[in-house]
Ligand binder design. Structure first.
Ligand code: GLU
Length: 286
């Protein structure tokens, strides 16, 4: 029988808050109940915002909380070459293309379309989709702009990717014990990598979950819809999909999602105030 493998995968770009504590402890509880393994992964591809100090603080908070993980910790920043290989594969398959419109260009396109009465589509996170019309730019022109050093992102050619897959994709969602149909089309041409970084959250999380043999992804509901993209990438890259468990989020008093920039719910400040790990467990209910 295969041993289930769980992981907690924070980004060390701030301090852990109560929401992370819940997610980490739930992973631990589910891993133990399943007789499984528990890994810690640092999703630190953003080299500007993620620092070794923040990572050390996170590990310290997790130890304090009583979260036990297997070592070594996988640090995504140490595996850019692995992600680059998959990116190259997607480039060769012509499923990604260099896209030159910046965020403000997209906004501009959206505004002029809206003035003409066109309803601009948005992704499940509420961001405007990348203008489909930009795909008309020839590959020659794109190559020229890359050679000229223009900034760009590698975006998934969603229509081509869907055609390539040619069948509906599903993931197993353990919160409801059923198979959910993925809707990657709702995301449009998502960013897969950047000019100076051969990956993105979506690409590296998908690759790492497969490389580390993760069987059960337990993470917040805020990533529920992103799973559609991960499912699509898994299929294209021939990777085994894990089961997913998207847990409820811990909200603040105003019903808003907690954020790393809010100090009052950070484990650091709660520790300083004398709150104990037992009290944190009671607070998040794990
Ligand atoms: N690194 C992501 C975050 O901190 C979570 C990734 C995941 O669990 O899939 O939000």
């Amino acid at each position: 029988m295969t041993v289930p493998v769980f992981r907690f995968a924070p980004s060390p770009n701030g301090h852990l808050h109560l929401g992370h504590a819940y997610s980490a402890l739930l992973n631990q509880q589910m891993a133990r109940a399943a007789g499984g393994r528990l890994l810690l992964r640092m999703e630190d591809i953003d080299r500007k915002r993620c620092t070794p100090e923040l990572e050390a603080a996170m590990q310290d908070d997790l130890h304090w909380l009583g979260f036990d993980w297997e070592t070594p910790v996988r640090r995504q920043s140490e595996h850019f070459e692995v992600y680059r290989q998959s990116l190259d594969r997607l480039i060769r398959m012509e499923l990604v293309y260099p896209a030159f419109l910046s965020r403000s260009d997209i906004k501009h396109e959206m505004q002029s379309a809206t003035e003409k009465g066109i309803v601009w589509p948005h992704d499940p996170d509420g961001a405007a989709l990348y203008p489909a019309a930009d795909r008309a730019l020839s590959m020659r022109e794109r190559q020229q702009r890359m050679n000229d050093g223009h900034p760009f992102s590698w975006r998934l050619h969603m229509n081509r990717a869907l055609e390539h897959v040619g069948e509906p994709l599903f993931w197993h969602e353990t919160t409801v014990d059923s198979n959910i149909e993925a809707r990657p089309q709702d995301w449009g041409d998502v960013i897969i990598a950047r000019k100076d970084m051969p990956t993105s959250y979506h690409l590296s999380v998908t690759i790492d979950d497969a490389l580390q043999g993760i069987t059960n992804v337990v993470r917040g509901k805020d990533l529920y819809h992103a799973t559609s993209i991960h499912r699509l990438l898994q299929h294209i890259l021939g990777l085994e999909p894990p089961a997913y468990h998207h847990h409820d989020l811990i909200l603040d008093r105003d019903g808003q999602k907690l954020s790393k920039s809010r100090r009052d719910t950070s484990l650091r400040s709660l520790r300083l105030e004398g709150v104990t790990p037992e009290q944190i467990r009671a607070l998040v209910g794990v």
